[in-house]
Design a protein around this ligand. Structure first.
Ligand code: ZN
Length: 345
């Protein structure tokens, strides 16, 4: 095997990522080496590209970025069982510790010692990725590399959407980015009655309407109360999924929820954000913060749903060859795209 590979790295403390040559990572006894085929560009990667305050504080210079990937196993550590060379896979990008109470209880996604590939550790924007075998998720033939490369964000969507029972429920999703759109598709797939998705970006709402059987609402132009009337909803939405991190959106969600409504929150508000707690108390609302994916229950559920008709391919709006990665990042930064997939072959 070659010992030199291409990788997208944060080599300078300024805007951008740079195509670099790196040694192919060596693997330990419990790791596998994955030949990367496709990768997805995440909002997190855009923060790193932009080198904003969070990125400068979090990401070590020189890091190979990226955490959304699909590829093929090309090398197995000597302790690895149950995986084979040539097997297609994606994988969980959160590298967990084994010491915490949560981890020892099997709630791996709640381990406080978690480190992320492409954020704290060498990432997947490279021809080869070293990953603990524990983190590998084999892909069935029905899931191609392109979908395999967006299972990480689909996992965020599935984890959020399955936080509360949605059968027969009316669901409000605030934020029509790719994860919001995929969550809407999941909500329909599992049997929600009405799914309304809001945003102020019309391009994203148009995409939402194409990908999922949902009602997109531009809240800059239309009142949610009107929509509820048109859908003959009497008391408001049963379940909310906050995907925007926008204060006004959360406020609107709380306003439009039923008594005893439930909110799953994935969007990250910038800094501290004022909340009308008395209204949350008097409406007896439950709020759940959602982080990452449940390892590996979310993976199991999403693969099962994809095998059984969940169709989210439309959320991928752009595909680029590695050589054109700059165009991929530019289209993501424009806010006018869905998921952008890079091809490493
Ligand atoms: Zn991501």
């Amino acid at each position: 095997m070659r010992n030199d590979m291409k990788a997208l790295a944060k080599t300078k403390p300024e805007t951008g990522l740079w195509l670099d040559h790196r040694p192919v990572p060596g693997i330990g006894p419990d790791d596998v080496l994955i030949r990367i085929r496709k990768t997805g560009i995440c909002g997190t990667d855009i923060h790193i590209w932009n080198w904003d305050e969070w990125a400068a504080r979090t990401v070590p210079l020189g890091l190979v970025t990226g955490h959304e990937f699909a590829g093929e196993i090309v090398e197995l550590g000597r302790n690895v069982e149950g995986l084979t060379i040539g097997q297609r896979c994606s994988g969980e990008g959160h590298l967990i510790g084994k010491q915490s109470r949560q981890s020892r209880a099997g709630r791996f996604h709640l381990d406080p010692a978690t480190r992320g590939i492409g954020v704290n550790e060498q990432g997947a924007f490279a021809e080869y990725l070293r990953l603990p075998a524990f983190n590998v998720v084999p892909l069935p033939d029905e899931i191609d590399d392109e979908i395999g490369a967006i299972l990480d964000p689909l996992g965020n969507a599935v984890h959020t959407a399955l936080s509360f029972d949605l059968v027969g429920e009316d669901v409000l999703i605030t934020g029509a980015g790719p994860i919001g759109v995929m969550a809407a598709a999941v909500a329909r797939h599992v049997g929600a009655r009405h799914v309304v998705i809001t945003d102020v970006n019309q391009d994203r709402l148009d995409l939402a309407g194409k990908v999922a059987d949902v009602m997109p609402v531009n809240v800059a132009r239309q009142e949610l109360k009107e929509v509820e009337g048109a859908l003959k909803m009497k008391e408001g939405f049963d379940v909310g999924m906050e995907m925007s991190g926008n204060q006004a959106a959360l406020d609107q969600m709380i306003e439009n929820l039923v008594m005893g409504g439930r909110i799953a929150m994935l969007g990250i508000p910038p800094g501290k954000s004022p909340v009308d707690w008395s209204r949350i108390v008097f409406k007896a609302i439950t709020i759940k913060g959602v982080y990452g994916r449940e390892i590996f229950e979310t993976w199991y559920k999403m693969i099962a749903m994809l095998e059984n008709g969940l169709d989210i391919r439309g959320v991928i709006t752009h595909r680029f060859k590695l050589a054109d990665f700059r165009d991929g990042f530019e289209v993501m930064r424009s806010g006018k795209s869905g998921k952008v997939v890079l091809d490493w072959d």
